[in-house]
Design a protein around this ligand. Sequence first.
Ligand code: GN1
Ligand code: MG
Length: 342
Amino acid sequence: MTHIARLIFYFDRLLSATPFGSGNINDTYRLDFEIAGTQKTALLQRLNHLVFRQPELVMENTLRVCEHLSKQAYPYQIAMPLPALNGAFLQKDEVGNYWRAFSFIENSFAPEGTSDPQIAFEAARAYGAFARALRDFPAHTLAETIPGFHDTDCRWEVFLKILEEDPVRRAVKTKSEIALMFSAKPVFDKISSLKKSGQLPLRVAHNDTKAGNILFDLITRKALAVIDLDTVMPGTLLSDFGDMVRTFAPDCAEDSTQNPTLRAEVLDALTRGFLEETEDFLTYTERGNLMLGAAWMAGEQALRFLTDWLAGDVYYKITSAEHNLLRARNQLSLFGTMNDEL
Ligand code: GN1
Ligand code: MG
């Protein structure tokens, strides 16, 4: 890692490189180094190129979006990557991995776990402001960094195919979860028909608006920055609102064995915060389907976890043998709760 760090930063001595954050796809490290007797900190990240097949497109999207944000009245810090010493934003190492760097924002935290309504409100306002600042950006000119990322029809086909092939023979012990998965199909169909009818405008969407992707100031507890711009691409704001609800409103984590309950006061705070920034430009259809977006995201996430479980854990990082199955059960239960309230 010292070798790659030397391509990006100028320093005298690398003091430590420690795994950082809780991403399921990329590997992030906190680097502490010494420059002329002073200690400095930065983040170094390996971009997972098996997931992001064209890393250059991720960087191009990110830079274009950051540049646009910097020209708007956007009241948050911008999670702009740092250029390496040669001016490039992406470095390839000798084994073909891609690396990039970010500033380390001191005295900050990402609200993972169950956070309070005030934090949820602040986060929703920040994600709303992000959408607002990008509402005039020509969404169709951004690359799809993961093609079909929220194309649930396509994900459904992949699920059926894996189910039929059953490569690691897990289908037999997953019968009840598979049966439950089918209860989400009507929601997927509804989203699909809204998209096809052209009623959902194509927007610049963040596409990973989870609780852990907002940095807060440790002291003031105000939102500082929207981070993780890898999946910023053309999409719909229903999924951005939905992923926020999926991750902030439940009373337990997405891999908890507990059946999640939606916390009404957090849901209310998320809705107020998001609408404060977006209400004046959302269309009638968007405004009226925000909770459909939440059920869609919980259902789609269940589908993704369940597919990965049946495929033999090939996509998400896991820390226990049945991690993806636990995640799928949790999201199926959350989907059930949301679907009942639609
Ligand atoms: C992945 O790596 P992370 O935690 O930022 C995934 C998201 C999922 C999330 C579930 C590129 O995000 O879509 O919602 O896990 N990112 C990608 O925790 O697939
Ligand atoms: Mg992410």
